[in-house]
Design a protein around this ligand. Structure first.
Ligand SMILES: Cc1cc2nc3c(=O)[nH]c(=O)nc-3n(C[C@H](O)[C@H](O)[C@H](O)COP(=O)(O)O)c2cc1C
Length: 343
């Protein structure tokens, strides 16, 4: 299956809220929630996409010709690309009914990411039974890969039970979307959950020796608080505009956050990253790696597990192109001088 076939198929299978657009730029889905859109009144998802377009590549290929290496290391594991699948909750509601049950989607998505050699986050569900069931199904189906459960900022006692389950089933890392506190669905469905202060976060960070990613950082002060709470890996993310409206794009805040904490923490970023050129842009502004959500969900709708690799291959081709033409042969060689921000 090639990427074009994946997309043609996705266009037939999406639910109309998602339209599987050729460019996933947040315009056609706008404020559809349920659906893949964002919270009104301002289209933060569209801004996420747009602001990467202000980051231009400084071509300079007067350099030694040598192979391009996109190897990415995180938590002691090497991957082919600095790309991680971002968590997507309730895809059957937001994208397509191709998968009636969330777990059917997760199995395809996780298997596809393993095949494409990228790490993958998945949403654990509001109920502990739901998570247990997911863990069982994934174990029984022999889903390999580097799977990262995404746990919402539940009460600390509930969060710890999710951590225990994750450890018991051999998950290599965990993630908390701290910004999930703003999700309307979360507020309505879960008692005793929401914002957490530094002490509360530290308690959770110290509870487990598992690698632990904190997702949903949008300011330098937020990044510093994450550091203070003991985290060494954050995701600069505004949750695709779904937890709060009127936010800046992640491209606009990334550089200052990386300047402040990038030498002390692994800084990942998501929001509107669609192509290998965008991956390059993010790394040039200081990120160590990126997460991608909506386009991967569309790829899974269109091609099941076989939809993931064609998309990742396309990202890799364009990333290698950008690296070669800007004079970087490894991810470590990508730097700020290789891009120019023109507003
Ligand atoms: C339908 C939908 C569901 C999402 N569910 C989750 C979730 O359960 N946990 C989470 O941390 N992020 C969730 N996100 C946010 C994404 O992981 C990601 O941060 C955001 O969509 C920005 O990336 P993108 O522009 O590549 O989509 C969701 C996003 C969408 C569109």
């Amino acid at each position: 299956m090639n990427y074009n076939e994946v997309m043609q198929n996705a266009k037939k299978l999406v639910n109309g809220k998602c339209k599987a657009c050729d460019v996933c730029n947040g315009l056609a889905c706008k404020f559809t929630m349920p659906g893949p859109g964002c919270r009104p009144p301002y289209n933060t998802a569209a801004r996420n996409y747009e602001k990467w377009q202000d980051v231009f590549l400084n071509m300079d290929n007067i350099s030694q010709r040598q192979p391009i290496d996109t190897t990415f290391e995180i938590f002691g594991r090497e991957f082919d690309m600095p790309v991680i699948a971002a968590p997507i909750g309730a895809p059957q509601l937001h994208f397509s009914e191709r998968y009636n049950e969330e777990i059917e989607y997760d199995v395809e998505a996780m298997a596809g990411c393993a095949e494409a050699d990228i790490a993958a986050c998945y949403w654990v569900g509001f109920e502990e039974d739901t998570y247990l069931n997911k863990l069982e199904v994934m174990k029984n189906q022999g889903i390999g890969g580097f799977l990262i459960p995404s746990i919402k900022p539940f009460s600390n006692s509930k969060f710890k039970r999710y951590v225990d389950m994750s450890k018991e089933y051999g998950m290599p890392a965990i993630l908390m979307d701290i910004d999930g506190a703003g999700l309307p669905m979360f507020k309505e469905n879960v008692d005793d959950a929401g914002c957490k202060n530094t002490e509360s976060l530290r308690e959770l960070r110290e509870y487990t020796d598992m690698p632990f990613i904190l997702k949903g950082i949008m300011t330098v002060s937020g990044a510093r608080k994450a550091l203070e709470a003991g985290f060494d890996t954050i995701v600069v993310s505004n949750h695709g505009g779904r937890v709060l409206s009127c936010m800046p794009s992640t491209a606009e805040v990334l550089e200052e956050i990386c300047d402040a904490v990038g030498d002390k923490m692994t800084v990942l970023v998501d929001g509107g990253i669609r192509t290998g050129y965008d991956v390059f842009r993010a790394l040039a502004l200081g990120a160590h790696g990126v997460l991608i959500a909506r386009p991967l969900a569309i790829a899974v709708v269109g091609g099941g597990k076989d939809g993931v690799k064609p998309y990742i291959d396309m990202l890799k081709k364009d990333l290698c192109d950008a690296m070669e033409m800007c004079g970087a042969h490894s991810l470590a060689e990508i730097n700020r001088s290789m891009v120019r921000v023109i507003k």
